[in-house]
Design a protein around this ligand. Structure first.
Ligand code: ZN
Length: 406
């Protein structure tokens, strides 16, 4: 039986628990507000007053010592500057390795190529060492990780070319394992040293524009419009997974008279995957292109110039010749500008194969740390590149047209 006094006690308890609950929920709302939004101004003021009071107290006690908060800020800025400097140094080593690798690939003699590749390897090791030094609380930690993840791919690439050039020493000039096939008119390999050999026989005063990584819904059609304006034919090395999404764009490329090349299905580092996977990459792309336009490519280009003997064999089995490029406009770099692309493209040595991009890196796992995710500069540089070459009397040809003497 509940007495009158018990009723009062129960009522009192209910009142306490209600106010406790509302207190808790108020605290929760407050917490979520300060998480989602910035701290309320009254809280900020309270903190500032507290800080002010603390520094006032210290000042009163030891007026010579500056307020501790200010001292801490200076230290943090210094640390940040050191971190930034370190990161810049690391990425500069990486970029140097990148440049040395590209330079080595263009060498005719194995001795100077191997020298450059060894230098590239050293730079890459230095870059790796620096990038490993960033702690998880550094603002550069994540960017450093991107470099660390990418460096093994580059190390592989350096080895690939070192092997090639070392092997070259055991052959006499122009006795590349593929030369017999080349002379039999079946297979053209423009990826290794035969590049110079074959290029010497290409048509004079011609230049080949190549666009990789498309078809892309953002840039390919803008590029096609410009090419049509000047009646220029180019070669598009397309990625199978992009074709599966944008077949109508590929059809337009083909219908406007450009050449279509095979650039693998998933854009992997071919030199790092098994022969079976390489086969899949090349053959699957041949089929998807044939299904879309009713015709098969005649040329294959390895993503990142990463390839080995299997790549060449498989390409040959698929009825493909292989080609890299002779000029990289570096339009894929974050640091590239319309002017830098034009400057790199405008090399008036005959028969150059110019590398540009109408698509972006299709595989986010392999995104180069310096790669841009826009190709607007490529589109914007194209008018001037075409005009300048045409002013000098150059003819734009597709890659098959350039090497049709074979
Ligand atoms: Zn590519």
């Amino acid at each position: 039986m509940i007495t009158q006094s018990n009723k009062i006690i129960i009522g009192f308890l209910i009142a306490i628990s209600l106010s406790a609950i509302s207190g808790i929920s108020f605290a929760l709302i407050k917490a979520s507000l300060s998480n989602n939004l910035t701290q309320s101004s009254s809280e900020n003021e309270a903190n500032q007053n507290k800080d002010y009071q603390e520094s006032k107290n210290i000042e009163n006690n030891l007026s010579v010592i500056p307020p501790p908060r200010q001292k801490q800020t200076i230290l943090t800025t210094q640390l940040l500057q050191q971190e930034e400097k370190k990161f810049k140094q690391g990425s500069e080593y990486f970029n140097e390795a990148d440049r040395l690798l590209a330079e080595a690939r263009d060498k005719n003699d194995s001795q100077s190529a191997i020298f450059l590749l060894n230098e590239a390897q050293k730079k890459l090791e230095q870059a790796d060492k620096i990038m490993q030094e960033f702690e998880p609380n550094s603002p550069y930690y994540q960017s450093a990780q991107n470099y660390i993840n990418y460096i093994p791919f580059y190390a592989d690439s350096i080895n690939q070319w070192k092997n090639y050039f070392t092997q070259l020493d055991t052959y006499q000039a122009k006795t590349h394992p593929w030369e017999t096939t080349i002379n039999n008119n079946n297979f053209i390999d423009l990826t290794y040293h035969n590049k110079q050999y074959v290029m010497a026989k290409a048509k004079k005063q011609s230049v080949v524009l190549t666009f990789d990584d498309g078809p892309s819904p953002q840039y390919t059609e803008a590029i096609l419009d410009i090419l049509r304006k000047y009646n220029v034919k180019a070669t598009f090395f397309v990625v199978g997974s992009q074709v599966s999404q944008y077949c109508p764009i590929l059809r337009r490329i083909y219908q406007e008279g450009h050449e279509i090349g095979n650039h693998s299905y998933n854009h992997p580092w071919m030199g790092r995957i098994s022969s079976e996977e390489q086969q899949q990459e090349i053959f699957q792309t041949q089929s998807i292109i044939e299904n879309c336009i009713g015709s098969k490519p005649r040329w294959f280009r390895s993503p990142y110039a990463s390839q080995n003997e299997s790549t060449l064999k498989i390409a040959h089995q698929a009825g493909l010749n292989t080609a890299l490029w002779t000029i990289d406009t570096e339009d894929w770099r974050k640091t590239s500008t319309t002017n830098s692309i034009i400057e790199k493209a405008l090399n008036y040595r005959s028969n150059n194969i110019i590398l540009m991009h109408d698509g972006v890196e299709p595989n986010p796992n392999f995104k180069h740390p310096s790669a841009s995710s826009s190709r607007s500069n490529t589109v914007q540089s194209l008018d001037i590149i075409i005009q300048r070459f045409q002013d000098k009397g150059f003819q734009f040809v597709t890659i098959s047209e350039a090497f049709s003497s074979y």
